[in-house]
Design a protein around this ligand. Structure first.
Ligand code: URA
Length: 199
């Protein structure tokens, strides 16, 4: 069994928080084990909970169209969320739920070892760069331990707020040149409180 399949079995058996009781299906993530780019969203919504797959509802369709702008198909990238089970009524994930799931995201990053991590929305940004504001850092890249982190608005935000569409579309166009020139991004020194990324 592949490392990801093994991990998905463990996620399906996880009972670390109450979301396991209310969810229909776990939504661990999907994509190839050797993906260069990893997209990390917030939490599954209704469609994702029904299908057990990330970003398959309206936000996912928009994400697919963003990928198409840079000639990528979703099968070429790895897509997951900070939280692997749907919060009831699509409420925001609670800090305890994010903490309960942190080991799964950590394992996914270890297995996939992406060259670039794209954070979608503020929960995903907050996982890696706590306290930063998405409106300030979207469209910017940083390198930590050799991995490029690129912050973007959540695709759902652009669905609710049309004025964000050109912003998110401009941001996504920055991905290919960044990937082509990862050495041009200088390494960020992590302040001590950020050393444990998933604390
Ligand atoms: N929003 C997310 O953050 N993740 C999904 O998988 C779907 C919608």
């Amino acid at each position: 069994m592949s490392a990801l399949s093994e991990l998905y079995k463990e996620i399906a058996a996880c009972r670390r928080c109450d979301l396991a009781k209310s969810r229909t299906r776990p939504v661990p993530g999907e994509g190839p084990e050797n993906a260069e780019i990893m997209f990390i969203g917030e939490a599954p919504g209704w469609h994702e909970d029904q299908q057990g797959r990330p970003f398959v509802g309206p936000a996912g369709q928009y994400l697919d169209s963003l990928l198409a702008l840079i000639n990528l198909k979703r099968e070429q990238v790895y897509i997951t969320n900070v939280v692997k089970s749907r919060p009831p009524g699509n409420r925001e994930p609670l800090p305890a739920e994010i903490t309960a799931c942190h080991q799964w995201l950590e394992r996914q990053m270890e297995i996939i070892h992406p060259r670039m991590i794209i954070t979608l929305g503020r929960y995903s940004l907050g996982k890696f760069f706590p306290g930063e504001s998405i409106s300030k850092v979207h469209g910017t890249a940083r390198k930590r331990d050799g991995v490029i982190y690129f912050a973007m608005y959540h695709p759902a935000a652009a669905l609710h707020q049309q004025s964000l569409r050109p912003v998110i579309e401009q941001d996504v166009l920055k991905i290919p040149p960044l990937l082509a020139r990862t050495e041009s991004v200088t390494e960020t020194k992590s302040p001590p409180q950020q050393l444990n990324l998933f604390g």
